[in-house]
Design a protein around this ligand. Structure first.
Ligand code: PRP
Ligand code: URA
Length: 208
């Protein structure tokens, strides 16, 4: 079964509370999404492989390290876009591959509308970025796409997860670890996470 990591870091707890707050305007909301995303990505990348290499300091040559893995950031449009910049700052050599999915409001099933992945995979590890893991349908569909592409190492990096979405990913993709800022209580009858933060895409882009 896939591991689920919900951050216990005080900075994350503080910032996710501000993110939920209806008084937080879109500008602040975007800043918080970037900051929390970077903190969660830091936790999600703790096991990335490194190789040793020598480095010349002003004093002497010493032994150092560099990342061995080629990282792909995969934001799910739209809301995943808000997570990219904060993480890209930490890993500037990452490639960013966009996947466009929206959730049909009636069925709650994901509908794909954008995918420009080349035939062969160009990265060894993918971080899927989406602030909300609700039913889990969008995340599961994206994992399928990346597995079909040929990527072996996939991680889901989100902000808030519902138990229902976590259970779906654990059932369908037990090999994909899940990293979140918080695990919430349940989904309401419209598939929204409770207590959650509302519609992440609308709050990020001011379209509520
Ligand atoms: C939201 C969110 C996820 C999806 C989660 O996107 O950003 O992609 O819903 O729901 P699920 O786990 O039930 O699939 P939405 O479809 O609202 O599109 P948007 O980002 O364009 O607003
Ligand atoms: N998508 C969102 O943006 N929010 C939710 O609570 C569920 C899905």
């Amino acid at each position: 079964m896939s591991t689920v990591h919900a951050s216990t870091h005080p900075l994350v707890k503080h910032k996710i509370t501000r993110l939920r707050d209806t008084a937080t305007d879109p500008k602040k909301f975007r800043e918080l999404v970037q900051e929390i995303s970077a903190l969660i990505a830091y936790e999600a990348t703790a096991d990335l492989a490194v190789v040793s290499r020598e480095v010349q300091t002003p004093m002497e040559i010493t032994q150092g390290w560099e990342l061995q893995e080629k990282i792909g950031l995969v934001p799910i449009l739209r809301a995943g876009l808000g997570m990219v910049e904060g993480i890209w700052e930490l890993m500037p050599s990452s490639e960013v591959w966009h996947i466009g999915l929206y959730r049909d409001e009636q069925t709650l099933h994901p509908v794909q509308y954008y995918n420009k992945l080349p035939t062969e995979p160009t990265v060894s590890v993918c971080l899927i970025l989406d602030p909300m893991l609700a039913t889990g349908g969008s995340a599961a569909a994206t994992i399928e796409i990346l597995k079909d592409w040929g990527v072996k190492k996939i991680k889901f990096v989100g902000l808030i997860g519902a138990p229902e979405g976590i259970a779906l990913l654990q059932k369908e993709h037990p090999d994909v670890p899940i990293y979140l800022a918080a695990i919430d209580d349940h989904l309401n009858e419209k598939g929204y996470i409770v207590p959650g933060l509302g519609d992440a895409g609308d709050r990020l882009f001011g379209t509520a």
